[in-house]
Design a binder for this molecule. Sequence first.
Ligand code: ADP
Ligand code: ZN
Length: 708
Amino acid sequence: MLDQAQKVLKAVFGYDAFRGEQAAIIQRVAEGGDALVLMPTGGGKSLCFQVPALLREGLTVVVSPLIALMDDQVATLDELGVAAVALNSTQDAGQQREIAQRIRAGEIKLLYVAPERLVQPRMLNFLQGLKIALFAIDEAHCVSQWGHDFRPEYLQLGQLAELFPGVPRIALTATADLRTREEIIQRLHLQGAERFLASFDRPNIFYRIVPKEQPRKQLLAFLGERKGDAGIVYCLSRKKVEEVAAFLAEQGYPALPYHAGLSNDLRAYHQKRFLNEEGLIMVATIAFGMGIDKSNVRFVAHLDLPKSLEAYYQETGRAGRDGLPADAWMAYGLQDVVMLKQMLNNSEGDERHKRVEQHKLEAMLGLCEEIRCRRQALLAYFDEVLAQPCGNCDNCVDGVQTWDATEPARQALSAIFRSGQRYGVGHLVDILLGRDNERVRTLGHQHLSVFGVGKALGEGEWRTLFRQLVARGLADVDLDGYGGLRLTERCRPLLRGEVGLQLRRDLSSKLPKAAASKASQLVRSDQREQWEALRSLRRKLAEEHSVPPYVIFPDSTLLEMLRQQPASLADMARVSGVGARKLERYGEAFLAVLANNEPVAEVVDLRHELVSLARAGMTPAQIASQLKCSEKNVYTLMAEAIASQQLSLEQALDLPEDLLGEIQDVFLDGEGQLPSVASVAGSFAGQVSEGVLQCVRAALQVEFEASQ
Ligand code: ADP
Ligand code: ZN
């Protein structure tokens, strides 16, 4: 069995060896046993059911909660030459009938379907008439009522056990906590499943947390070393998302906003661009994330503090799914703490719930002020022991300096107490530094015994100290009052002189510029040009096949090509990630680029040229022959140029007025949402090409956005 699995791994997926427990999982499932797989994002869960699907006779049914996820996997399998389809609500009855036919004829190996569809009696009936090889339940934590991804339809998947006795089932998730695990087993009736629990470490992610000083400037410095990389910048509020996205765009970074306040259509459009284009930065609230399968997200930056370590782990985990070095960067300050506490305070829910949330926030703050290895601390929170410091986080690399803050901390606490536990950090610092200003005078605070006792430290150091006192729960923010600081029970031993206090020193701004991270050094500088050439070939192929670039080849495979410099198809076949089908389809083209004897038409250049030709009045057909590419391609590029407002619809197409009106009407029937091209194409069959529809839609989209 394992021999065969190994062969499939190489021939179809192009990989040489299984990772971690993949082999054991595949063996278990291929031999007909049930399995529960807990593996972090990027761990390689998909292969755990895709390989058995190819080894077993019959149809593998994959349950997946999101259309975007399904489409991505189907496209990936398609590129590998594996017969996979997704059934979803965007297909019309005719398309669905055709898929059913192909399934009955045994032409399909994997069927992706949403849970609500799977549990429809008709669907279950249909499947019962077939030979089913395996059920794979992806994102199985959606069955948990306690998690924020809860999907009620998942609860009904338990019946598969009774309806399909003898058909193995595998449930997979990247959520590891004990309660979720038990819930999955119980609700999905997986009591007999073998459990595979992988380490949740993401060794390729470099963690860095810096004190927030001038966040935008700090972000720019961070991004400056990562030009051309795709990444996500998380912010807490919609407003801030908009502002930061605009700011980055102004600074010359390709950034798009994403939050729940945007129309569905615009959100979908931005998400699609993020997946399909390279080097885009998504500035987003936490509304963005689930279902992002993009493997080459090189960084995740937090401009605001997440509310728990669970959230931090999940959000940073979207970086580096491909296993290549990636960065998790965060700037945090006292204001974050105040904001989150405020939100928590105003949130609904009982006291117990609030206490739990409070506890989670404290754990998050603990990581920020951590003086040990960040990875050790993070994993410890998830009950996993990492024996040695990781060597791949800021604390390990830069070292942490601590200092004895016992005396200043007492002074600070005393300043809080003596001024009446109602003032914010600014005023408290004024008192400690003995600043004789109007506010101090009005309040008579120049007479306090702590007035001017803190001149040994600077303003910045005092601010850091207050932040750390709050982070450690020695002082608290009074949310009912004016947001001033007050003492907590926990500070008493320190005030009484029973314990001392060691704190980490903020160094970031004084430290010499940190060495460029591994993620920004993926490609040797002398190979940059070839790297770009490989990427643009990939981009061109991706556009031709209408799939995201990483579906053609992941970054790791392109990097392997750079490293190995294959000179023949036989060499190429040895590159990790090059399976038989891709070798046949793309081998020659990539060899040519590596041999540097065939300049790749840069898509971006192509678009520029296309824009000038269209402006000059050429028709799409003329442009296609001029640029030696398909007309379909010309339309796609035109639609993109229209979307980015390089081209107007009038410049692109010469449509009769009334026909244009007719097309626009059909699109605008969608009530505030632009329907997809595919869904309106039927209305114009034989009359207007999909390319034309694409362009008209793009123009409407621009108007839409302008009116937002
Ligand atoms: P998950 O679903 O667990 O987040 P994926 O299944 O998407 O992870 O796999 C992450 C990446 O790792 C994909 O690009 C996949 O092709 C790659 N991968 C998985 N298993 C292997 C392996 N055995 N060897 C090389 N690459 C692998
Ligand atoms: Zn470390």
